[in-house]
Design a binder for this molecule. Structure first.
Ligand SMILES: Cc1cc2nc3c(=O)[nH]c(=O)nc-3n(C[C@H](O)[C@H](O)[C@H](O)COP(=O)(O)OP(=O)(O)OC[C@H]3O[C@@H](n4cnc5c(N)ncnc54)[C@H](O)[C@@H]3O)c2cc1C
Length: 385
């Protein structure tokens, strides 16, 4: 088939590589003038590691990343709220703290080697689907295609999702986070987070090469005042909540190497038509508190290529949608429900969380459910009970 893949992030990169490897004529349509990773370091969960290993890419990514054995969260007063060891999900399981560029380069190289073509600097604006083909028009009016299949991998603000679901509402969270990467060898094997009520949240995650990912949660509206107060005042606030982050801020030295990321929740009803299918954040965008988006993007691409390999397009797209629906729905709804407990203006939710989380973690069955969920191994509300 002639396949257009719109967007070259984790989902589009993986889909372009797999479909080109399967012998399809793949064209990547990407709005960025040059392909490159966007965003912070991320946690590669066990389910994503398994898929990358099947594709022959995992060893290279693991070698450049850091093993994460557990997720820990503390209050500002130093009381432990959670400690979720990956070993509770499965013997020997762990996550990896990965620099986005490492995964990106692996996918990009593999997609190129498999023969995927790239059309860059193209911002898709609309889609036209006919019984025999599908085309897309970019913002300059140029038409791309015709394709037999269009893969919508254009991220959390997907134009293709909007075209498939003109009446679906997606919600921007008022909160987001400043993200950056700096030199630090602490913490060694843990995603470490500190929170004060639900109003302050910061975290550190080692991502290989002596680098550590850092984030500081804040409301979008607080960004300009934060910049106006200056970097030294910001460093002071971070050090008060999490003294361990000071070394990274001293390496960053200013706001230039910190990027603000906002979050969006969208769970569209339609994720496919006869010739178009959504994958990754385009199919399910969520806040990153559960650390699952990149993982889901890899699983989506794997499921799509598997279904296309075993049956014709007309059957493969509905089969892909039903295969992926429960997992995406579970994580999107869970992260939407939990987000206000970690980032909101409510003191009450923060206090409730501080009481409930340690109790839930002390209950072995519940701790295992939580570990399976973050590991990407629990794929629905009723799975693995
Ligand atoms: C701060 C933060 C931390 C995160 N941490 C984690 C984590 O620890 N673990 C985890 O698994 N996930 C994490 N995630 C989520 C994860 O990054 C995303 O879910 C994942 O990158 C989604 O990949 P994607 O390919 O679907 O979308 P994207 O990576 O957003 O890629 C979309 C691509 O489409 C292109 N595009 C968009 N619109 C158009 C258009 N109209 N025309 C042409 N091209 C277009 C964009 O330029 C981009 O290249 C985090 C997210 C954020 C914001």
């Amino acid at each position: 088939m002639k396949v257009g893949v719109c967007g070259f992030g984790v989902a589009g990169g993986a889909a372009a590589m797999l479909l080109a490897r399967a012998g399809h004529a793949v064209t990547i349509l990407e709005r960025a003038p040059q392909l490159g990773p966007v965003g912070a370091g991320f946690l590669l969960q066990p389910a994503g590691q398994e898929i990358l290993a099947e594709w022959g890419l995992f060893a290279r990514i693991a070698a450049a990343s850091t093993r994460i054995e557990r997720l820990e969260a503390y209050t500002a007063a130093g009381r432990r709220l959670t400690s979720l060891p990956y070993a509770d999900a499965a013997l020997g399981a762990c996550a990896y703290g990965v620099q986005r560029g490492v995964l990106f380069s692996a996918l990009h190289e593999a997609a190129r080697t498999a023969g995927a073509a790239e059309t860059l600097g193209v911002e898709l604006a609309s889609v036209e689907e006919n019984p025999g083909s599908i085309t897309v028009r970019d913002t300059t009016g140029r038409v791309h295609g015709p394709f037999d299949l269009l893969v919508g991998a254009d991220g959390a603000r997907s134009v293709i999702r909007q075209w498939l679901n003109p009446h679906t509402r997606s919600a921007d969270y008022p909160h987001g986070a400043l993200w950056g990467t700096g030199r630090s060898d602490w913490p060694a094997d843990t995603l470490y987070q500190v929170t004060r009520n639900a109003q302050q949240l910061t975290g550190l995650m080692p991502i290989g090469g002596g680098q550590c990912g850092f984030f500081w949660g804040l409301r979008r509206a607080e960004l300009a005042p934060l910049h106006a107060r200056g970097f030294p005042a910001f460093r002071e606030s971070v050090s008060r909540l999490c003294p361990q982050a000071t070394a990274i801020l001293d390496d960053l030295r200013g706001f230039d190497r910190l990027t603000f990321a906002s979050y969006r929740h969208a769970l569209p009803r339609r994720t496919a038509s006869a010739r178009c299918v959504l994958i990754g954040d385009a199919a399910h965008s969520m806040s990153p508190h559960l650390g699952q988006g990149a993982n889901l993007a890899l699983l989506d691409a794997a499921a799509l290529s598997r279904q296309l390999a075993i049956q014709p397009l007309a059957a493969a797209l509905p089969a892909y949608c039903s295969e992926r629906r429960a997992h995406a729905r579970y994580l999107a709804l869970l992260s939407h429900a939990l987000s206000p407990f970690f980032q909101s203006d409510s003191t009450l939710l923060g206090r409730g969380r501080d009481i409930a989380l340690p109790l839930l973690c002390a209950w072995p069955w519940m701790r295992r459910q939580m570990c399976l969920t973050v590991a990407g191994m629990k794929t629905g509300f009723l799975d693995r009970l």
